[in-house]
Design a protein around this ligand. Structure first.
Ligand code: DAH
Length: 340
């Protein structure tokens, strides 16, 4: 009878251990069998009722059952531990031969984007893209652009002067002269870049901003050529036909000089707060290159002439995206930059 009972108990215990699906379930089974109130303890407590001559045999058998249960538990525990380890290894497995996913790619700054669009456009029309130094000489920034030492235009541009007499260029126009020297006539060039002015910074003034200079020198260049290229430029930027008008403007390096306005893109010319009810928005200054400037560039103004323009890239970006504070553009705030 004891034999049967123990055999039953062993079988049930081993089956329960086998059936346990989780470490928690297994622990519960362990307590039910081996715990103080468990089934084996219950049998031990009844040892007193067993006839003395059988006690040794039953005790031996009881120990054997206990050993069997313990080793089954241990086996099952090891199995769980191994499964857990395998799951972790699977989850953490890394193929070191794969290329790394790398840091998330940034995005191009809106000024850079508009600059490359305009570069593509002008390159497709035979213009070359030139670079010029940001630390410039007084000669290229002023003198060679027909701005003599006592000319009021030198004051108009608040200049960062270096101790050695050089300066941070106040506009991209000096690249006109460097371009003429380098390329000779006929030429078509644009020169995008950073310019600097000694301004107090507010929502519409920065000490550092971007311009894009353009120049074409050829035989008998006229205002009609200038207008054609400017209209093509605007179509490229705004992706639609934009009406333009020229007003007289004064810059020592062009004659005649103009302010080119575009019809307000917000109201279509009817008048709105953006265009201050005028229907027109000032976009860029331009003109026909002054003969003195051609001479400074080593080009004979009796043989050649040209047009030039100075586009405010920073301003254009602000117009295109409706940005109302120029400081955002160079503030380095990723929350702003990520929108482009
Ligand atoms: N350099 C001028 C400025 O920064 C802008 C300018 C005006 C450029 C007329 C030109 C031009 O090429 O023809 O204020």
């Amino acid at each position: 009878m004891w034999r049967h009972k123990l055999a039953d108990l062993e079988q049930t215990a081993l089956a329960a251990i086998q059936a346990a699906a989780t470490p928690d379930a297994l622990e519960k089974v362990r307590v039910e069998i081996l715990g103080r109130k468990g089934s084996l303890a219950a049998v031990s407590r009844e040892m007193g009722k067993i006839p003395p001559e059988e006690r040794a045999a039953v005790g031996k058998r009881l120990n054997a059952v206990k050993d069997a249960v313990e080793s089954a538990l241990e086996a099952k525990q090891t199995q769980f531990a191994r499964a857990a380890l395998n799951a972790r290894l699977d989850a953490e497995w890394v193929d070191l031969t794969l290329p790394s996913p790398g840091a998330p790619a940034g995005s191009l700054h809106p000024v850079t984007q508009i600059q490359s669009e305009i570069e593509d456009l002008f390159e497709s029309m035979g213009f070359v893209v030139l670079d010029g130094p940001e630390v410039e000489t007084e000669y290229y920034n002023f003198d060679a652009l027909n701005i003599p030492p006592d000319h009021p235009a030198r004051d108009m541009q608040d200049t960062f002067w270096m101790k050695d007499g050089n300066l941070l260029r106040t506009h991209t126009s000096p690249v006109q002269v460097r371009g003429m020297e380098r390329l000779g006539p006929p030429l078509r060039m644009i020169a995008p870049g950073r310019v600097f002015r000694n301004e107090s910074v507010d929502a519409s003034h920065e000490h550092t901003f971007y311009q894009l200079e353009g120049m074409m020198v050829d035989r008998e260049v006229s205002v009609a050529h200038l207008l054609y290229f400017m209209k093509t430029l605007l179509q490229g930027i705004f992706h639609r036909e934009v009406a333009v008008r020229l007003r007289p403007g004064f810059f020592p390096f062009v004659e005649p000089g103009f302010e080119l306005d575009i019809q307000c893109l917000i109201c279509g010319g009817k008048g709105c707060p953006v265009c201050k009810q005028s229907g027109w928005v000032e976009l860029l200054p331009c003109g026909l290159v002054h003969p003195n400037v051609l001479r400074f560039g080593g080009i004979d103004p009796d043989q050649w002439n040209g047009f030039a323009f100075g586009l405010g890239l920073t301003r254009l970006v602000m117009m295109r995206y409706g940005i109302d504070d120029i400081r955002l553009l160079q503030g380095g705030d990723l929350r702003f930059l990520k929108q482009f």
